[in-house]
Write a protein that binds this ligand. Structure first.
Ligand SMILES: [Zn+2]
Length: 77
């Protein structure tokens, strides 16, 4: 019976040094590759770029600054 590795990436991070997803040791701020000891990242650079691109697509594009003309509509007596 084979075990399905659906959570393969959940306990692995990307090591720039090994250039692959590796098991890591967790510390307070940083995680470290168990194979070479370098700091690891949640994503590879390519994956990170993809992640950032997907984020920036959510931002509204071409937001025009509205001129503050609403006050001029006030009737002054
Ligand atoms: Zn490594």
């Amino acid at each position: 019976m084979e075990r399905i590795d659906s959570d393969f990436y959940s306990d692995r991070k990307y090591c720039d040094c090994c250039k692959k997803y590796v098991s890591y040791l967790m510390s307070i701020d940083t995680s470290y590759c168990v194979e070479c000891g370098a700091a690891v990242h949640l994503f590879s650079k390519d994956d990170w770029q993809t992640f950032n691109d997907s984020l920036s697509e959510r931002r509204p594009k071409g937001g025009r600054p509205r001129k503050d003309r609403a006050n001029q509509d006030k009737e002054s007596a």
